[in-house]
Structure formats: C-alpha cells, structure tokens
Design a protein around this ligand. Sequence first.
Ligand code: SAM
Length: 218
Amino acid sequence: MITEERITAYINSLDKDLPPQLLKLEKEAEKNKVPIIRKETQGVIRFLLSIQKPRRILEVGTAIGFSALFMSEYSPGDCKITTIEKVAMRLVEARDNLNDQAFPHRDKISLLEGEALDILKELVESKEKYDFIFLDAAKAQYMNFLPELMKLIVQGGLLITDNVLQDGTVINSRYSITRRDRTIHTRMREYLYTITHMDELETLILPIGDGVALSYKL
Ligand SMILES: C[S@@+](CC[C@H](N)C(=O)[O-])C[C@H]1O[C@@H](n2cnc3c(N)ncnc32)[C@H](O)[C@@H]1O
C-alpha cells in the first residue's frame, strides 16, 4: 500500500457499488488470491472510459476476466474488447466467466490465448488499432511490449499501465532490492523513464493503488 491506508479506505467507501455479478467475481478473486485490479484502479478506468468512450479496447493480462468484464460494463455499447492471457489455469476460469450469462455485456469481449508478445505482433501485422489499451501483465515484459503497443494505439488513444510503483519499492535503490526482484525493478524503472520521456506520449503517474500510469498518445 503506497498511500495512507485510512485515506484509501475512505476514498474506496465513496466508490459506486459494482453490479452484483462483478462484486461476486471480485470476492471470488480475492478469496482465491487472483491479482485483479484494485478498487482505486477500477475508479481510474471507469472515469477514463466515460470520457474517452473507446470503440476498441485492448487488454494485456486477462487473469480470470474481471477487468475485461468490468470494462464491458462501463464502455459504449458498440465497443469491442480484446484481452490476452497465456496461463492455462487462468484461461479455464476466464473462458467460464466470459461465457457466463450473468454478465450482460460479455459479447463485447474476445479472448486471445497465448504469449502476449507474439499476439501483439500478430495484431500489428493485421493492422489492428485501439483507442484504449490496458496493460496489466508481467511487469518485467512491459518494455518488450511497448514498441508493439505504440504501433497499435491510435493518436489520441490512452495507454493505462497498472502496478507501476510495485508497492512503492520502485523508488528504492537497486541494491536494497532482493536479487530475485532486481530485474523487475530495473525494467520497471526503465519503462517508467521511457513512457515519461517519449515525444509521442504525455504520461502521468498516479500514486494510487499499486501505481497507475496514464499515457496519452499525441
Ligand atoms: C495482474 S493479472 C491480470 C488481472 C486482470 N487484468 C484483472 O484485473 O482482472 C496478470 C495476468 O497477466 C498474465 N500474463 C502475464 N504475462 C503474460 C504474457 N506475457 N502473455 C500473456 N499473459 C500474461 C498472467 O498470467 C496473469 O493472469
């Protein structure tokens, strides 16, 4: 937690209630320790969807489908959502949830199964374009995904990256980070430096949830 817990709890208490079926899925994810977007990130995404009104959303990192179903709820009726996941165990649950009749807007969502980098390259080859990209996968790979994401996002599109502050540890010196986490730490710093210094992007880093970066393609 990178913000004062009581402040976060208070802000979250003001949040609009989720539709019951999403609330149930959120609770199941919590119980089974599946990492899904926190309340704070939900608020950011819902807010951005309401002003951006995207027609084509790309998500990298489906897990069990919570955030894709969440975005299906708050995006325009004709919006299409493509979401990518590679882990078999997650895919079993994602398929079930994305076919569950309890979710009225599930038809907007297409699940692409496999390694994100390969799928992103295929999407680039087929000249797909997106006006809203949500990046929520393996953090160490964000730098590898970025060149492909830049080709997929339209001018005026948004790239939202979750978990960029890594519970605040991203500010720590590399030497205070355990050897196991050093690669991820270095790569996340590189990613943040890159998206904040690229001419094509205007980026804002919000210190909420686990850190969310909002990048606007100029
Ligand atoms: C934090 S979870 C996503 C949570 C989801 N966005 C939500 O909030 O409901 C990250 C997911 O990305 C998947 N993932 C990580 N690296 C990936 C890759 N290279 N290709 C495809 N999926 C990947 C993981 O298997 C995991 O399920």
